[in-house]
Design a protein around this ligand. Sequence first.
Ligand code: SF4
Ligand code: SF4
Length: 119
Amino acid sequence: MPVTYVLAKEFNVAANIIRAQVAPNQIGKLVVELSGDIDQLDAAIEWMRSRHVNVSYTLGEIAIDEDVCVHCGLCTGVCPTEALTLHPETYKLMFTRSRCIVCEQCIPTCPVQAISTNL
Ligand code: SF4
Ligand code: SF4
């Protein structure tokens, strides 16, 4: 089902795909940022649920274990919002929580499993 196409065409809702795990004939998972008129957003979400699309909001948070992190910087390369950056002088990892959209892309990139989520 072309979900994002219908959201745009029928509800005038823009879907910015942050992360997608979709395989043909299997259950997929999309992390999207939706923008549009609030009534249209509600209608779009209702439509998705009526089509058996499970919709949930990202209420979880990312946690970085500072005792485990080795400041390699790998996670900064996949972070779409620059919530993860390296300090320009110390090269220590910096996490700006307010920029994090909990897309979880950083979690599998960490070689020492220093990143987790409570989702
Ligand atoms: S979950 Fe990780 S990659 Fe995604 S925005 Fe937050 S810090 Fe960046
Ligand atoms: S990938 Fe892991 S170890 Fe490397 S900087 Fe990020 S949190 Fe730290």
